[in-house]
Structure formats: structure tokens, C-alpha cells
Design a protein around this ligand. Sequence first.
Ligand SMILES: [Fe+2]
Ligand SMILES: [Fe+2]
Length: 271
Amino acid sequence: MRILFLGDLVGRSGREAAIAALPALRRTLALDLVLVNAENASHGFGLAPDMAAALFAAGADVLTLGNHSWDRKEIIPYIAQTPRLIRPLNYPPGTPGAGVAEVTLADGRRAVVMNLMGRLFMELLDCPFRAAAEALGRQALGAGAQAIVIDFHAEATSEKMAFAHSFDGKVSLVVGTHTHCPTADAQILPGGTGYQSDLGMCGDYDSVIGMKKEAAVARFWRKVPGEKLQPAEGEATLCGLFVETDDKTGLTRKIAPFRQGGRLQPVMPEG
Ligand SMILES: [Fe+2]
Ligand SMILES: [Fe+2]
């Protein structure tokens, strides 16, 4: 299965670049499954239902969220009726929406996508390790599901690596999101699971993690409340990861970073 996962879309710059690029990327990379972290799509904070609909229309199969899941309150009724928009699975029981999405491709192959959130320097949710282990107990990689992909939304690289090693060989791919900066460690772990600590954001990199740099810099120099943070509006670099998985085993056999547009050095996986 050929999969592209785009990191956190930040504001209009990231959102519109992704919507514009996805139809052509689906064709040129012959993608079977497109996944997007959309927690910052709405002006840097949250996701509005019309934006989710535009991303689905452009070719996203599943949208994931994170600590900004609920910043736009309109998403609460929308997520309840949109199974392909998921939020971290380890929110407390009773939280709206689901943390797992199941996608059946046109040719019958089945993919499972999960979203979990780390706990180091983040809100204290339920244990993501135990939540993932429990949810994976209901899935059989290679037999019931040709691919299982996890978006582990977390701050600390140590927690992300520990999480990925915990499920090496049991899932196709673990990607980190949330730090808005791509890491150079894309690899296939010894058990066959693809992994990258952070996909990086889809947004303007002349910024502080996607926010206009002046106000964001001032926060570090002066410890008084300042200007509100606003998303930077320059051209976005789309950042993500391409993988090809083996349908029989569900494991990753090819992995390559993807970067396009804006300020970062472009990287295009071979078609
Ligand atoms: Fe984010
Ligand atoms: Fe986040």
C-alpha cells in the first residue's frame, strides 16, 4: 500500500498548500492512502468542519488531531458524525469522536489509522502505550488489516521512540507529529515498522513553529503578555513521509521523506 502522511497543517498557508497539492500528489505518487494531521489548520488552532470537508474533497482519507483537537468548538458535533476524522484515542472515556479509523480502499484492502497523544510536557491523558496495545489487540496486521498506521502526537522524542519500539513489527508505520519540525531519522525499525520522530509541519518555515516570528520571539525576551500569536502567511513547505507497505505482512518496505514548496530543501520520493 502506498501511503503519504502530511504533518500538522498550520493556518491558511499550510492548509491551502495541502488542498492545492493533494490531487496531483495522489496521481504522481500513485497513493492508496493519504493521511493528514489537521490540528492547527484553522488559524493555527484547531480545525473547522468546512476545512475538514475541503481536505477530504482534495484527497485526504483520514484526518488526525492532537492537543488542539477542541480549539474550534464546532468540531465537537462534526467529529461525532465523521468517522474519518479522529482525535487521540487516550482521551478519557466519553470524549466525542473516536481514536481509530478504518478505511476500505476501492480494491478491498483495509487500512487502520490510530491517533494517540504523548504525556511528557503535554496534558495528562490516559496511558498511550496501554491504550494502543489494547486497540491493537483487536487488529491483525497483514490478515485483517493490510496496513496499520499510528500518528503519535507528542513533544518528547524519547517518548516517541519508546512508543515506536513498543509496537515494532505490530504496525506498518508510526509517525510523530506536534513539534512542527521534521526530523532526519526516517527508517524501517528492525521488526519492519516504518518510523519518523516528527513529520514536521505543513506551513511557513520563516516563523516560530508556524507562528509569526515577531510576537513569538518577543514572548521569550519579555515575560509579559504580548501580541496574540498569528500563523505566518508566507509560502508553506509541505512536509510528510511516504511509505510503501507489503500487503501480505503489513510491514514497511520503502520509506522516504517528502518536502515540497516554501523554504525547506525539497525532497520527492520516487514515483
Ligand atoms: Fe501541531
Ligand atoms: Fe500539537
